[in-house]
Design a binder for this molecule. Sequence first.
Ligand SMILES: Nc1ncnc2c1ncn2[C@@H]1O[C@H](COP(=O)(O)OP(=O)(O)O)[C@@H](O)[C@H]1O
Ligand SMILES: [Mg+2]
Length: 288
Amino acid sequence: MPELRLEHIRKYYKGLPAVAEIDYVFHPGVYGLLGANGAGKTTLLRMIVGVLQPDFGRILCNQQEISHMGGEYRRMLGYLPQEFGYYPNFTVHRYLRYLAELKAVPPELAEERIDETLEKMGLQSLKRQRMKNLSGGMIRRVGIAQSLLNDPDILVLDEPTAGLDPKERIRFRNLVSELGRERIVILSSHIVSDIECFADEFLMMKAGKQAQSGSLTQICSHIKGRVWESLETLESARRLSQEFVVSSMKNMDDGSIRVRMLSERKPAKHAEPAEPGLEDAFLYYMTR
Ligand SMILES: Nc1ncnc2c1ncn2[C@@H]1O[C@H](COP(=O)(O)OP(=O)(O)O)[C@@H](O)[C@H]1O
Ligand SMILES: [Mg+2]
């Protein structure tokens, strides 16, 4: 069973921190890395997969520094970069065959592995299609398929749900929860609802720092008492949205507006405490 340990990781670009201080331990399971665009998710993931070196701190896999492990670490990894390159004229099969070679999957195993991963991603029928003829969602699925070719112990997927339609998302969710049983799976997103139901643990990043982490229940319990709902008129709803962080507004049948907002104290006369969700927690830490 793999263990991945990040010790005080930092990365600077032109003197500015992209990742300021991350200290975290991953065990087998599915982790959701959440943060607004520019929070440092991609930079952190690139350090985890060893394409970038931290300026400070170290990353240990099963007590060994990954920078000293070379090919041994790379063979444990599967990685879907946020922007991944491909040759448009390659067929899906040729592309996967090429990547299997790069990943040093033994040639006698390659075809079997390619078929397995295509099956997992529901891509069998696209095997002979050229990459340039695929939709964004299909390309992302091919990208996820390539990350699985070497049956990795550590799977790092940067914004994997971007471009997936609802059906593809469900398939992907089932796959991820199956993979997470004995592997470390790390998924990033800037959209809470995209990974909320995938991950067992969440790590929220803000400006390169760890804003909060834990299970859904743990994270939500930290903001208990700070989420409120109130039925308002259009005018009073507008006023509240200027004063408080509003996480949602919903038009009700009777013409009133249900305002959900964050506040340390009761924000309005008729406000009632509401059960916090991950979306509320994300908003809370991002706006604090
Ligand atoms: N190669 C780079 N050169 C300079 N700045 C970079 C580079 N990569 C990322 N950054 C900066 O680092 C910060 C974090 O970026 P990134 O890791 O891509 O965040 P995220 O993936 O959460 O959107 C941003 O401010 C971004 O502009
Ligand atoms: Mg990114």
